[in-house]
Design a protein around this ligand. Structure first.
Ligand code: PHE
Length: 510
């Protein structure tokens, strides 16, 4: 059975695919804003510390569990632990939920590429497109959004049907270098706009966001910890099965620690570069229009599809060209992440088929997964980020907590908000307390971890990761559900204690 299982063509191919999974919409529309809002360099330092002490550790662990079992999440966790086998389900349902809106956002990119292309080819670029108008019109045209969501899903489907090395690896080998070059082009353009330095100060100078009026007040350190932790997990594709699945296709001879360091470093670098490409341009445009700093949309879909479209429309004749380059860049980032999620879900059935001796079911399984994704995605596409209808409006609720705002937030809440931090917490407790860290370290040993790394890993997986995850979980619940913060901290700590006890009780079978 193992012989027929897919594998990467090379370690470089794996690295580009894993970096492709990590580099996504999260880097472009989450990181820069959260960094600016949370105190610039302070946030960066917290983020880096978390990436090293928690992100790296989970990354190594996921790669190790994947490669050791050579299975997709559900069966991999089943093989490793009876008690915590259900982490595998979290790591398969979460990617499904993420895909229900990631495909919609990918569809928006396709529409914006088309919009800028028509401007380009019909040569009337001097009449720039109004970002707000274009975005509103798009959201309130559910039919178009559904069609482009389907188109994006088909693109991802065809790549994943091509196989691990024949589809996913190939796409990333071309896509990642291309993304990098396009990012450099946008950075140069962005930094040469008037007042670009204000944007850089927003991102990097501690306290500048408040001083210059971008935000009212700076968040406290605990909030920063939660924000940075949630961002780091999403951005590194952790606790969503994707890294585990990619690791399961990796050869025994590859060094898991080194690979993890490279993935974390590359993802963080691209997040910073994306910030430098996007924020100065957005701020420059806003200030040139006489907006107060606080009025400029610097995050989420509004940043990508309103503010930045206005930036391009404002550039005159060359605007649509930069627009096309930028939205193609975002599209590549979205595809390279989406295919890792799609592969994670499909791999479950493909593995089952392999175990039964059926070898050629990939295309058919990926097709079924794509159709399942579209069931959820059509709802997200149709609700137009809550413009047309929303969970809250369907339920007839008037004061709306974030998670009922629109179906995107609703699905995001269960995946990024709950499954992800909980999954990572449980994984750490499983490895550190139910089993022993050697479960991972023995697998890593194929790439020779030093004694120093072993000690570092043990402390982190047993103590640091579980505790940090409780904070991240609380932070996510506060973001999605609102209400009294203390309650969410209590709930999270309770969950931590209960699962810790469950994991440590009956620790025998190492
Ligand atoms: N890391 C991707 C991003 O930054 C999203 C993602 C999460 C992809 C989980 C795969 C798994 O947008």
């Amino acid at each position: 059975m193992e012989n027929n299982r897919s594998s990467w063509g090379s370690n470089l191919g794996f690295l580009l695919a894993a970096i492709g999974s990590a580099v996504g919409l999260g880097n472009i529309w989450g990181f820069p804003y959260k960094m600016g809002k949370s105190g610039g360099f302070t946030f960066l330092i917290v983020y880096l510390l978390l990436a090293i002490f928690v992100g790296m550790i989970i990354m190594v662990s996921e790669l190790a569990v994947g490669r050791k079992t050579k299975l997709s999440p559900i069966d991999a966790y089943k093989q490793v632990s009876k008690k915590f086998a259900w982490i595998g389900w979290l790591a398969t349902i979460a990617p499904y939920l993420i895909m229900t809106f990631y495909t919609v956002l990918g569809g928006y990119c396709l529409q914006y590429i088309a919009l800028n292309m028509t401007k380009l080819s019909f040569g009337n670029a001097s009449v720039g497109l109004d970002g707000g108008g274009a975005f509103g019109a798009m959201l309130t045209t559910p039919f178009g959004c559904v069609v482009f969501t389907i188109l994006f899903t088909i693109i991802c489907m065809l790549i994943v049907q091509g196989g691990v090395s024949g589809g996913i690896e190939k796409f990333n080998k071309i896509g990642m270098p291309a993304l990098f070059v396009m990012l450099l082009i946008i950075i140069i353009r962005s930094l040469t706009l008037p007042n670009a330095s204000e944007g850089l100060k927003f991102m990097f100078v501690p306290g500048y966001a408040v001083k210059a009026g971008f935000i009212d007040s700076a968040p406290d350190l605990v909030t920063v910890l939660g924000t940075a932790g949630g961002q780091m997990f999403f951005s590194l594709s952790l606790a969503m099965g994707a890294i585990l699945t990619y690791g399961s296709y990796l050869g025994k001879e590859e060094n898991l620690v080194k690979n993890s360091v490279i993935i974390v470093a590359a993802d963080t670098l691209i997040a910073l570069m994306a910030g430098i490409a996007v924020i100065p341009a957005a701020v420059s445009y806003g200030l040139s229009q006489g907006m107060a700093p606080g009025e400029i949309t610097l995050r989420g879909p509004g940043l990508l599809f309103i503010t930045l479209q206005n930036v391009f429309s404002n550039m005159g004749k060359v605007g649509p060209l930069f627009g096309v380059i930028f939205y193609v860049l975002v599209l590549i980032a979205a595809i390279s992440s989406a295919i890792s999620l799609m592969e994670t879900i499909a791999a479950h059935w493909i593995d089952k088929d392999l175990a039964k001796g059926e070898n050629d079911t990939r295309s058919q399984r990926v097709l079924i997964v794509s159709l399942l994704i579209l069931v959820g995605a059509v709802i997200v596409a149709a609700d137009g980020l809550g413009e047309n209808f929303s969970p809250a409006s369907l339920l007839g609720i008037s004061t709306v907590p974030t998670f009922l705002d629109c179906f995107l937030d609703f699905f995001d809440c269960w995946s990024e908000g709950i499954a992800m931090p909980l999954g990572a917490m449980l994984m750490a407790l499983m490895i550190g307390w139910e089993k022993t860290p050697d479960l991972v370290l023995d697998e890593v040993a194929h790439g020779d971890p030093s004694e120093g790394f072993k000690k570092f890993y043990k402390v982190c997986i047993r103590i640091v990761v579980p505790i940090v995850m409780a904070f991240v979980l609380a932070g996510q619940m506060i973001d999605f559900f609102g209400g009294n913060q203390v309650i969410w901290y209590v709930v999270s700590v309770l969950a931590l204690v209960v699962f810790w006890v469950v994991a440590a009780a009956g620790k025998k079978e190492a």
